[in-house]
Design a protein around this ligand. Structure first.
Ligand SMILES: [Zn+2]
Length: 93
């Protein structure tokens, strides 16, 4: 996520958080709801690692557009969790 700054001509600057690269050119002012243009400032990131930021972005994306699953995942082996023959000798609960 990155923080983008917008500036209303009447009410001044305000910030909005968006995934990187998805900020709109204008946002409605929180006070008067008129279109406020984006202000380009120094990069302001949350300080997270790139992989962590990507995970957060994917998580937020699935909140509104979850992946559709049409079938359960395929079972491996003969109904068991493992296919290793040595695991057959392990004690059963
Ligand atoms: Zn305003």
């Amino acid at each position: 996520m990155a923080i983008y700054q917008y500036r209303c001509a009447a009410h001044g600057a305000f910030d909005r958080s968006h995934p990187i690269g998805s900020a709109a050119a204008e946002q409605p002012c929180p006070t008067c709801h008129s279109a406020a243009p984006r202000v380009f400032t120094a990069v302001s990131l949350t300080g997270a690692a790139r992989s962590r930021t990507a995970l957060i972005d994917r998580t937020e994306q699935t909140r509104e557009r979850p992946a559709v699953v049409s079938a359960p995942p395929p079972r491996r082996g003969r109904g068991g969790v493992t296919t290793n023959p040595k695991h057959r000798h392990l004690p059963r609960p």
